[in-house]
Design a binder for this molecule. Structure first.
Ligand code: R5P
Length: 313
């Protein structure tokens, strides 16, 4: 039990918030968060939060706009209840792919969401592997971005793979994949991916690197439809790859991902628990690596004024 610290959650991923609280050996705070029949969200803290260091654990996951509103309204309620400090703990930050104006007349929604969170009254943000690191700069309040790539590397150290190649699914994902590759002492390959339109279709065109006769680990920050992974998988098979593991940080898994990825062609599908799993897969072996202890440690350090960076050294 840590003095002055309070952890609450909305309805996005309760079991994860409970794991975080358990790691800190404290109970999750009591709070009601529900919708009236007119779809208006209501929040009420049932514990006193006056002058407390309040952490609101809420990944922005489907139904995304409802969960975002829950978070914003929880922040507002905590502020009006005189919380000492309010940290929005967002293990998955939605709208991260809308981070630039790359077509005429489109929004930068990742920035808009950052504005919402700030205006609602958050004092700081704690998050995990943003789609693009630059999103940090959309906030004018302190933000700590944790990374789960070391967790993936630590796991793959325990898997018996001979001289594996870590494969990034596009140039943007090369940084995360390189992080895993360097920790494993593995080679890196990069897929040249093309998105043709705004309809969630991805095409793996060519591969930079050699995977012939090698065990591969495809690494991505998030999987949604599974199109990127399925297309990369086919390309690696054509290039003579041996076994193919797939790993991601945020397993969003839309229905299509269950069609495309539930295949024995994937040796194992590895992901973290930043996002609740919609349902289990039937054919592909899966493994969940929990990031709750890392979030718990970061919360403890933020609360006690310790270094968060040291968690990764
Ligand atoms: C894209 O830049 C991301 O890193 C992922 O590759 C992408 O979000 C995956 O989406 P999907 O599973 O729908 O292909």
């Amino acid at each position: 039990m840590v003095n002055g610290l309070a952890i609450f959650t909305g309805n996005a991923h309760r079991s994860f918030a409970e794991d975080v609280a358990r790691h800190l050996e404290m109970p999750l705070g009591n709070c009601e968060v529900f919708e009236f029949s007119n779809e208006n969200t209501f929040v009420r803290f049932l514990d006193n939060v006056r002058e407390r260091d309040v952490f609101l654990v809420q990944p922005i996951v489907p139904p995304v706009n409802t969960r975002l509103m829950e978070l914003l309204i929880m922040i507002d309620a905590a502020k009006r209840a005189s919380a000492g400090r309010i940290t929005a703990v967002i293990p998955y930050y939605a709208y991260g792919r809308s981070d630039k104006k790359d077509q005429p007349r489109v929004p930068i929604t990742a920035r808009l969401v950052a504005n919402f969170i700030e205006v609602a009254g958050a004092s700081r943000v704690l998050t995990v592997d943003l789609h693009a690191g630059q999103i940090q700069g959309f906030f004018n309040i302190p933000l700590d971005e944790l990374t789960a790539y070391p967790l993936l590397s630590n796991y793959f150290r325990t898997v018996n793979l001979a001289a594996p190649v870590v494969v990034a699914t596009d140039v943007g994902g090369a940084k995360g994949a390189r992080n895993v590759a360097s920790r494993l002492g593995a080679d890196l390959a990069i897929v040249n991916k093309r998105r043709t339109d705004n309809h969630e279709r991805a095409e793996a065109l060519t591969l930079i690197g050699d995977v012939s006769g090698r065990d591969c680990i495809i690494v991505d920050d998030e999987i949604l439809t599974g199109g990127t992974i399925a297309s990369s998988l086919r390309l690696l098979q054509q290039r003579g790859a041996c076994t193919i593991h797939v790993a991601c940080i945020h397993p969003l898994f839309a229905d299509r991902a269950y069609e495309l990825l539930d295949t024995p062609d994937i040796a194992e599908l590895v992901f973290t628990d930043t996002v609740p799993l919609r349902r289990p897969f039937q054919r592909v072996p899966t493994r969940t690596l929990s990031i709750a202890p890392l979030i718990g440690d970061a919360i403890y350090r933020i609360h006690t004024g310790g270094s968060v960076g040291q968690l990764f050294q």
